[in-house]
Design a protein around this ligand. Structure first.
Ligand code: KG4
Ligand code: ZN
Length: 339
């Protein structure tokens, strides 16, 4: 096997078209084209997403190769997101990757997007040190909310997960009720910094074991806002920062309660976070607090490896390459793909 193989990663599961080059656990380039087209719709429109991927994929890959300072003939394998995600979006990345691997005569590696989020921790500059196995990972994105026990690079056990909406959806749907653009998570995070998190109280759901639920929370916000706006039409504008801070606090409380329970039950004190919502500043500071209070070892990835990116896909590609986990042209894209 070639020493220090160069891997191209392709990510197109939702609304970001991304390509990255990795070598020896080091990211040589990490290019992302965000799709602005969805902002005014309050969520991702699948048909528009796949069309934008078609437009973006070639220039994004070309830029990733150029920024890495390599020639495309130096690439040893192409890793791509097979699922989970939007079918029309996944198909663009998988078709491109299959053609690319055929044209260059290099192996193809299929990657589970959620494994990508978790294994992003093994990128050289993702954090101060990579987590030792076993560790727990709270994966929080627009489509997933799970507590995963990671025993090695390829062994994942879901200890708990959402029974309805994901944490990212809770942020985005609450934001939509407040009239914020999509995705609302980062906007709420920013506005919350100026607000009082204890100004408004929202009840937390009661869910069995290590599972989560966010759909009741969203409905509670909707009814509360409707009631207040009937009394004062300017209620949202006058209380926006406090609303954002209170909503964010409730979501983070819900996430942390079960994470603490998972650590107690498993006895595993190494805790990582992954996925788009792990960019949230309140989650990050709460985890750092827990690290001190409860003597955990916490792993918080660099901001650029939290939201969707292709460096994480290339990272899994490198690990699978080292373990000879290759895939064939027959691998079909899958909208649902268990971690
Ligand atoms: O992992 P990701 O980029 O895409 C999916 O695989 O879903 O996650 C996107 C989600 C969106 O719901 C977005 O609102 C949320 O991550 N998000 C945040 C923040 N940055 C992104 N939520 C809260 N605070 C943030 N700073
Ligand atoms: Zn994601």
């Amino acid at each position: 096997m070639k020493a220090n193989p160069i891997i191209l990663g392709i990510e197109s599961s939702c609304d970001d078209t991304a390509a990255a080059i990795i070598q020896n656990y080091t990211v040589l380039s990490n290019v992302i084209a965000n799709q602005k087209v969805h902002q005014s719709y309050g969520g991702v429109v699948p048909e528009l997403a796949s069309r934008a991927h078609q437009q973006n994929i070639v220039p994004v890959v070309e830029e990733a190769i150029k920024k890495a300072g390599i020639d495309k003939n130096q690439i040893c394998a192409v890793a791509y997101t097979r699922g989970p995600g939007l079918m029309g979006s996944l198909l663009v990345g998988s078709s491109f990757s299959k053609s690319f691997s055929q044209a260059l005569g290099i192996p193809l590696i299929e990657v589970n997007h959620m494994q990508g989020h978790i294994l992003a921790h093994f990128i050289n500059d993702a954090n101060d040190s990579a987590p030792e196995f076993p560790f727990l990972c709270l994966t929080v994105s627009g489509g997933h909310t799970q507590i995963v026990k990671v025993s090695d690079y390829f062994t994942f056990d879901i200890l708990g997960e959402t029974i309805d909406d994901a944490a990212g959806e809770a942020f985005d749907k609450a934001g939509k009720i407040l009239g914020l653009d999509y995705p609302a998570g980062p906007i709420i995070d920013k506005l919350a910094k100026e607000g009082n998190p204890d100004q408004f109280k929202f009840t937390k759901p009661k869910v069995e074991e290590l599972n989560y639920s966010f759909s009741g929370f969203k409905t509670a916000i909707l009814y509360f806002i409707q009631k207040e706006v009937r009394k004062n039409p300017d209620f949202i504008q006058e209380n926006l920062a406090d609303l954002c801070a209170s909503i964010q606090k409730t979501i983070v409380d819900i996430l942390m309660d079960k994470l603490i329970l998972a650590v107690e039950q498993s006895g595993i004190q190494r805790v990582a976070i992954a996925g788009g919502v792990s960019a949230n500043s309140e989650i990050r500071s709460r985890l750092k607090q827990l690290e001190v209070e409860k003597d955990w070892k916490v792993f918080i990835p660099k901001f650029e490896y939290t939201t969707d990116n292709a460096a994480m896909i290339a990272m899994v590609g490198q690990l699978k390459f080292e373990h000879n986990h290759f895939s064939g042209l027959e691998a079909r894209s899958v909208a649902k793909y268990k971690i």
